[in-house]
Ligand binder design. Structure first.
Ligand SMILES: O=C(O)CCC(=O)C(=O)O
Length: 280
């Protein structure tokens, strides 16, 4: 079993995030990046949201990990075993996404908690964990993720719609920022950041000449099966794969990109439901 050390686990529990350096090798992450950049289906399915500052947040999302290289990353033991250790439970795949933060145009993400969205989907407890895998080097210049250390201890903060994005109540975010450390999660390709669903996070626009793509795999605890249907799956068994499957599948072009992408505009109602809630 590939597990976090007791120190890493207690850092995660204290901070609400943990970066594991070099979780994926250069060849593994190189294959992921090559597949994604050449993946027309991903490109076509990607949807852009106005970030309210003149740039666009672009992402592609899929609910089931599948048998291609994206699935091998999301299902490999070195990642899922650690997630299960964090959740203290069997993990199931809630969804994955690729954040396609392109050079010069990639938009900013407003401060939010993922559970601010997922709460709308009938998920009762915030016992979910996401893993951001750096495909490109992530720096302050190209809009790396920013997290507020320890903010998961706030519990769920209200989320309100601003422009196309749902963001956490800014008054609370501002107060939390006075008391908590803001960490720029700079990462090299192959690094992975595990973070709690109530960790407040955001990122700036990418004004640099370098893309900042990242894949984010999100997991829910099996015991936290949502009580109602939504655009993300209820409990579905996750079949773990051995770590060497990343390279075997990734090197085989025919197998590598095989994913059923979601139609974000048609399927994702979690931000829109905030408007409905406010008007009812
Ligand atoms: O990639 C980023 O900069 C932010 C992504 C994010 O906040 C999210 O997917 O919830």
């Amino acid at each position: 079993m590939k597990l976090l050390s007791p120190e890493e686990l207690s850092d995660y529990q204290r901070d609400g995030f943990l970066i594991v350096r070099n979780l994926f090798s250069e060849e593994e992450i190189g294959l992921l990046g090559q597949t994604a950049r050449a993946d027309n289906a991903m490109d076509k399915s990607s949807s852009s949201m106005d970030d309210g500052e003149g740039n666009a947040v672009r992402l592609a999302l899929w609910n089931h990990p599948g048998d291609g290289i994206y699935g091998m990353f999301a299902r490999c033991r070195k990642l899922v075993d650690r997630v299960e250790q964090i959740l203290g439970d069997e993990a199931y795949h809630y969804h994955s996404k690729m954040v396609l933060k392109d050079a010069k145009v990639g938009g900013a993400w407003a401060w939010h908690q993922d559970y601010g969205y997922w709460y709308q989907n009938g998920v009762l407890f915030p016992n979910l964990c996401s893993v951001m895998i750096a495909v490109d080097k992530a720096t302050e210049e190209n809009g790396c993720m920013q997290v507020l250390r320890g903010s998961h201890h706030l519990g769920r903060v209200n989320h309100v719609l601003s422009g196309d994005q749902a963001g956490a109540d800014l008054e609370r975010v501002e107060e939390a920022r006075k008391r908590l450390d803001l960490v720029h999660a700079t990462m090299d390709p192959g690094d992975a950041m595990f973070f709690h669903s109530n960790t407040l996070h955001a990122s700036a626009a990418n004004n640099s000449d370098h893309p900042r793509w990242a894949m984010i795999c999100c997991y829910n605890a099996a015991s936290n099966d949502p009580y109602k249907e939504s655009h993300h799956p209820r409990y579905t068994k996750l079949d773990k794969v051995d770590d060497d499957q990343i390279l075997s599948v990734g090197r085989d072009h025919a197998q590598s990109a095989q994913t059923a992408f979601a139609d974000l505009k048609a399927d994702d109602k979690s931000a829109a439901s905030l408007v409905e809630e406010e008007t009812h």
